[in-house]
Design a protein. Structure first.
Length: 290
């Protein structure tokens, strides 16, 4: 694999047949929630190679941290595409590769994007970079230290579809535990991880009926966790003794993000200025009349 500014380049030297099947399926277009193939060619050693679009999005778990406690409607919006893809993959309608931790992503608009690793893929062959070691078995999402994804039994080895169901379960795991839908969906989604296409479809029907879908609304600017790497692009902290710098920072924050009004809400500065001018005019008029 080679990561470029716009895409990730894969080579099919591990399993040419599986890789060719994955590329053919993805190049034909399989919907908006799977990363598309942008270019197909040959690597320097003659193997089939493909460049896959690198999504400008952040991992699902980071997005859930930014959302806080999603409503049932938001959970429906996020999990329906995952379960639809999982059901299609289990039925053989979609060639889904390996779905490692972090492959399920959410873009700025709140849409799900799955950046699966192609089946039979390996690093792109170059003169300076020989073939890498044999790929290891994917680690279940719950294996990352500090992860809040629901745990998996040690014996469970999930395919791509199973990992998508696990991601859907992770979304509902963030919904308020007092929700009535949780009592129904949690065990159903757990069973669907290793179930067949029909079992996943049944879970999908229950999710669709749990609540009307609602748009994803971020509790803070999406650029904080979507367009920037953690800690990147943030201004250096201002010295406590630099009063002028502190005031300038506050003014700049008001101009760029608006004036805070209640919890999680900001009003554009121009609206505040207009309101102040109108209020001042009314007060002046009333004073002159008195």
């Amino acid at each position: 694999m080679t990561t470029t500014a716009d895409g990730i380049r894969w080579c099919g030297s591990r399993d040419p047949v599986a890789f060719s099947r994955w590329v053919a399926d993805r190049a034909a277009g399989v919907g908006p929630h799977l990363v598309p193939v942008t270019r197909v060619g040959r690597c320097l050693r003659g193997h089939l190679a493909a460049e896959v679009l690198h999504p400008s999005a952040r991992p699902l778990e980071d997005a859930l941290d930014a959302l806080g406690v999603p409503t049932e409607g938001v959970a429906v919006t996020l999990t329906v595409p995952l379960l639809e893809l999982a059901a299609r993959a289990r039925s053989g309608a979609v060639e889904l590769g390996v779905v490692p931790f972090g492959a399920v992503r959410v873009d700025e608009a709140g849409a799900i994007i799955v950046a699966d690793d192609p089946s039979g893929a390996a690093p792109v062959c170059t003169d300076a970079a020989p073939l890498g070691p044999e790929p290891q078995q994917p680690v279940p999402p719950a294996g990352r230290p500090g992860s809040r994804l629901p745990p998996l039994p040690a014996s469970v080895d999930l395919d791509g579809a199973g990992q998508l169901v696990t991601a859907a379960r992770a979304v509902w795991d963030r919904v308020d535990a007092r929700s009535g839908a949780r009592h129904t969906l949690d065990p159903v989604l757990d069973a669907a991880r290793s179930g067949d296409a029909g079992t996943i479809s049944e879970a999908l029907d229950l999710v669709v009926g749990a609540a009307p879908p609602r748009p994803v609304r971020w509790s803070r600017p999406a650029s904080v966790f979507l367009d920037e790497e953690p800690g990147a692009g943030r201004p250096a902290p201002i010295d406590a003794g630099d009063v002028v710098g502190t005031v300038a920072q506050v003014v700049r924050d008001f101009v760029e993000r608006g004036v805070p009004l209640g919890r999680g809400r900001r009003v554009p500065v121009r609206h505040v200025v207009v309101g102040t001018v109108v209020t001042g005019g009314l007060v002046t008029a009333m004073t002159s009349l008195l």
